[in-house]
Design a protein around this ligand. Structure first.
Ligand SMILES: Cc1cc2nc3c(=O)[nH]c(=O)nc-3n(C[C@H](O)[C@H](O)[C@H](O)COP(=O)(O)OP(=O)(O)OC[C@H]3O[C@@H](n4cnc5c(N)ncnc54)[C@H](O)[C@@H]3O)c2cc1C
Length: 558
């Protein structure tokens, strides 16, 4: 059996930040397991930037206030405080580690405006910030000699007596399953955007595997009903155009040529928070002021020079995927699934209810984003809590003996995958994935009715049954992406169910969860976290308190 003190699952920003932290500490054997090469992680697709109070006129307290208000007051303020306090040092650390951030004329780090922020505080590298950060952290990981198991797919955690003992992973190249013993496991597996297959900005690999594995291991998933929709995605394929477009001064127009955000968030205009801008777009479209099911993002007035300096990715993506050159024409956009506010419930150090099991990054719910994340707070979240999880895990493993776990887990996973390969039904995994994506997009979208949510719960449960008859077509061992796809769809259906059941239960509107039958926020009954535990026949919901320290809930106005 392979053995390490700490195994990090995932090599996006959260996983690599944890690896670099542990790589600097003496006497700990650390490895990363990732189903992708690290540089292909979805973090590399992040465009707009990373938040930190960097300028003399900004304060971390202001960043905290904006984040708490943006979250619709259901974030935990102790966690938000940690993130915002530690943000400036983290951004400078990245800069010293080699990230070439854009600069202002005086040589300090340039910052841009972003949604829901009281003032500009987003540091950036043109519109390829995630790409730049991921390369920096990968270099730093390689420099520390951290072992990486590349293209190894983690299928299950090994947990005995509420303590993690390691995991089971499929080496995709050979098709062999391995049990890996570990004193601590840090889950950094990212989001589940592909649950909204076809209507998401997320990579094909964002299938929520780590959330599903933790859920199966008895860890509650928190606040899964809060799903972020980004206001500017392309209609044909969900590809994202960064909020940086509006941060640099871009307009949103309806079919009458009006900057319609003046009606919805008049003080912020296009830079309202994402939940409100997405709702405004849907209202405009539903009331007949859309353009072919979209609204228009107009950056023409910024001029070609600025577009090429700060938003070259937007131009390239628009030309390739929408056939529109934004230097000359506005781009049709609409809301698309973008981010998971919910995830594996953790404390400020990534600790879960299972001893030795940590979670960080988009797969975790610390909770700093509450019901609605502010743009450019996620890259920050991955780094701060990736590092903190690693620091805590380092102390934890010092006092834990090498784990002794039975190899029955390996046997179980071998049996499970063999059974998947042996299925002979007539269902198709691809078809089920498409149906799941449409179901979630149509019925668990920006606005939700009880009928829609009930429809989603039933439809997802039906798909969970049907998938049992969906054969894996490729029977081979080597690079069997049909098999990993089958493992992923089971994970996604599990999460889709938790999202839908949690949403149906929450009878209020808060942040990204907007119900037509309960249009108002209800602090008396619902200022609390949803905690979904896996039970017989579906999730069992409990609720937990929200930590409020500095800012009492107020009506959200922008
Ligand atoms: C297009 C786009 C643009 C964005 N722009 C911004 C932005 O400008 N600013 C901002 O703050 N946020 C942005 N976000 C959000 C942010 O990028 C993500 O939330 C964040 O990068 C997630 O990082 P992560 O480390 O948690 O996970 P990821 O980067 O998604 O990495 C997940 C890792 O887990 C591994 N993994 C997953 N499942 C398994 C498994 N079963 N076995 C083994 N390994 C596994 C993968 O191989 C991968 O290495 C953007 C997101 C998208 C999609």
């Amino acid at each position: 059996m392979l053995r390490h003190d700490v195994v990090i699952v995932g090599a996006g920003l959260a996983g690599l930040r944890a690896a670099v932290t542990l790589g600097d500490l003496p006497g700990v054997d650390v490895a990363i397991i990732s189903k992708l090469h690290p540089l292909r992680s979805h973090s590399g697709a992040a465009e707009g930037g990373i938040n930190a109070a960097l300028t003399p006129d900004d304060r971390w307290e202001d960043h905290m206030y904006d984040t708490v208000k943006g979250s619709d007051y259901v974030s935990d303020q102790d966690a938000v405080e940690v993130m915002c306090r530690e943000a400036p040092a983290e951004v400078y650390w990245l800069e010293h580690a080699g990230t070439l951030f854009n600069r202002a004329d005086d040589g300090t780090l340039a910052i841009r405006n972003f949604g829901g922020a009281g003032r500009p505080r987003t540091a950036f590298v043109a519109d390829i910030t995630g790409h730049a950060l991921l390369h920096t952290l990968y270099e730093q990981t390689v420099a520390r000699g951290v072992k990486v198991y590349e293209e190894w797919f983690v299928t299950e955690l090994v947990v005995e007596n509420e303590q993690v003992k390691g995991l089971v992973a499929l080496d995709v190249m050979t098709g062999e399953l391995h049990q890996v013993a570990a004193k601590a496991v840090i889950m950094a597996t990212g989001g589940y955007g592909r649950v909204y297959h076809g209507r998401t900005t997320n990579a094909w690999s964002s299938t929520g595997d780590g959330m599903a594995a933790a859920y199966r291991a008895g860890v509650p998933l928190a606040d899964m009903e809060f799903v972020q929709f980004h206001p500017t995605t392309l209609k044909s394929n969900g590809v994202l155009l960064t909020e940086g477009n509006r941060g640099e001064g871009g307009y949103l127009l309806n079919s009458l040529g009006e900057r319609f955000m003046s009606k919805y968030t008049p003080t912020k205009m296009e830079l309202g928070p994402r939940d409100m801008v997405s709702r405004a777009e849907i209202i405009e479209i539903n009331e007949g002021r859309g353009v072919d099911g979209c609204v228009l993002l107009d950056i023409r007035h910024l001029g070609e020079a600025k577009i090429m300096e700060r938003l070259p990715g937007t131009r390239e993506l628009s030309m390739h995927f929408a056939g529109v050159d934004p230097v000359y024409e506005p781009i049709p956009v609409r809301p698309g699934q973008h981010y998971a506010m919910g995830g594996v419930r953790t404390d400020l150090n990534g600790v879960t209810v299972v001893k030795g099991l940590y979670a960080a990054g988009e797969c975790a719910c610390v909770s700093v984003h509450g019901a609605n994340r502010l743009g450019a707070n996620s890259l920050l979240d991955t780094l701060i809590f990736g590092r903190r999880s690693a620091e805590h895990a380092y102390e934890y493993v010092k006092n834990v003996p090498p784990p002794e776990a039975s190899e029955s887990y390996l046997q179980r996973e071998e049996d499970r995958t063999r059974a998947m390969l042996g299925r002979e039904g007539t269902e198709s995994i691809a078809q089920i994935r498409n149906e799941m994506g449409l179901e979630m997009a149509d019925n668990m979208g920006v606005f939700r009715t009880p009928e829609q949510m009930q429809h989603a719960v039933s439809a997802i449960r039906e798909l969970k049954e049907r998938v049992k008859d969906a054969p894996v077509q490729d029977k081979g061992r080597i690079f069997n992406t049909d098999l990993t796809g089958a493992l992923e769809i089971e994970n996604m259906l599990e999460l889709a169910e938790v999202i839908s059941v949690g949403a149906l239960a929450r009878t209020e509107s808060r942040g990204a969860h907007s119900r037509l039958d309960f249009p108002d926020r209800d602090d008396v009954n619902w200022l609390k976290h949803t905690l979904a535990f896996r039970g017989e026949g579906g999730p069992r919901l409990e609720y937990g308190p929200v930590t409020i320290t500095r800012f009492q809930p107020e009506e959200r106005k922008y």
